[in-house]
Design a protein around this ligand. Structure first.
Ligand SMILES: C[S@@+](CC[C@H](N)C(=O)[O-])C[C@H]1O[C@@H](n2cnc3c(N)ncnc32)[C@H](O)[C@@H]1O
Length: 363
């Protein structure tokens, strides 16, 4: 998240957990970012009481500020404060009738150059097919009312489906109440979430599956048709072909009028090394080029490219400085092959393009 959402910056110092429930997500953030100031908000006073109780049980670490507040309230920034450089909102917007209202309100809480992480349902979420099927048996799906009958039907569903969603019939009541039954479900494609976010000035900076999906395309040499789509467009197209059940999306504020596709490393905006990959260089047989192997162990993404000696030196300079030195991108941009390589690296998460204040990230 740090690499994709906040290129060239240190770890986030002020973090907002929007829709924190009983605090689990906030506790995870504190473990990952022990020096950050963390504020967590939920509109359920009962959940906040629980969160505070759980926090008291884990002493000796920097306290989390828990607040009761409604994310759909235009004045939510008065409750939680502003100037956050990372906001996380996981498992919340899929259940709200107008997610764009929350997206707009959260923008008011963000520091310039900050990022918003969204965890939201995708089209392939099991509830997309499950809910109409359950309703066809006259089962109420807008709330968890007929749990016994629901579990019977889920038993049949489980027997017929082997779709990776697990044994739904044995899930807890709280899971069934939130992820199968409920008054409102936005199980949307990435394209739909993207357009919802774009409408209120957010732009997709990356998704968790984009590097892996683009890698699959590139491995079979099927990525040419995607060139030179921007990061958001790439993520949306790949999701259409291979729909996700759940999206993990990093968003940044789009500068006004900057939503048009521009090329990676267009020479006007800095290029940052994300540090997600380890890199190994080796001389190729004919000695005029260098083989570079990129490895992102956490996602099992590994690929290699042949670089000229000049490109290899440029890459080493970028890796050492973290941000491309003056003239670096202009030079790389001189050839079509160089431009395409930068585009691919942006999509695979090797580099990000954008200024430190969060101007548009395009692949
Ligand atoms: C599925 S839970 C996710 C909790 C937490 N983000 C996590 O991943 O562990 C959704 C949470 O969003 C909260 N929520 C829903 N609508 C909200 C709103 N309008 N304002 C604040 N919190 C809201 C609910 O109370 C619930 O605690």
């Amino acid at each position: 998240m740090q690499a994709v959402g906040r290129p060239g910056r240190s770890a986030p110092q002020r973090v907002l957990v929007a829709g924190c429930g009983t605090g689990v997500e906030a506790f995870v953030m504190r473990r990952r970012l022990p020096t950050a100031e963390i504020v967590a908000v939920d509109f359920s006073p009962r959940s906040i009481v629980w969160a505070k109780r759980l926090e008291r049980a884990a002493d000796g670490v920097r306290p989390i500020t828990f607040r009761v507040g409604d994310l759909t309230d235009r004045k939510i920034a008065d409750v939680v404060g502003g100037d956050f450089d990372l906001i996380t909102c996981h498992g919340v917007l899929s259940h709200l009738p107008k997610p764009s209202v929350v997206l707009e309100n959260l923008a008011a809480c963000l520091r310039s150059g900050g990022a918003l992480y969204l965890g939201v349902n995708g089209e392939a979420h099991p509830a997309t097919r499950l809910r109409p099927w359950l309703a066809s048996f006259d089962l109420a799906v807008d709330e968890l009312r007929e749990e016994r009958r629901l579990r019977e039907l889920l038993g049949l569903w489980d027997a017929l489906n082997d779709d990776g969603s697990g044994e739904l019939a044995t899930m807890s009541s709280s899971y069934l109440g939130g992820d199968v039954c409920g008054p409102h479900f936005n199980n949307w494609s990435l394209a739909r979430w993207r357009s919802e976010a774009n409408r209120v000035g957010w732009e997709v900076a990356g998704t968790d599956v984009l590097p892996m999906a683009l890698h699959l395309a590139a491995e079979r040499k099927n990525d040419r048709v995607l060139y030179p789509a921007g990061v958001g467009e790439l993520a949306a197209r790949l999701d259409q072909a291979r729909p996700a059940g759940f999206h993990r999306i990093m968003l940044r504020r789009a500068p006004a009028g900057a939503l048009a596709v521009t090329r990676a490393g267009d020479g006007t905006r800095p290029l940052h090394w994300t540090g997600l990959y380890t890199v190994r260089f080796s001389q190729s047989a004919e000695r005029r080029t260098v083989k570079v192997v990129f490895n992102w162990a956490a996602f099992h993404v590994r690929f290699e490219h042949e670089l000229t000696a000049g490109q290899q030196l440029a890459l080493r300079a970028l890796m050492a400085a973290g941000v491309a030195p003056d003239g670096w991108t202009r030079q790389w941009n001189r050839t079509a092959g160089g431009r395409r390589l930068l585009w691919l690296w942006a999509g695979l998460g090797v580099v990000v393009v954008g200024d430190a204040a969060g101007a548009g990230v395009r692949g």
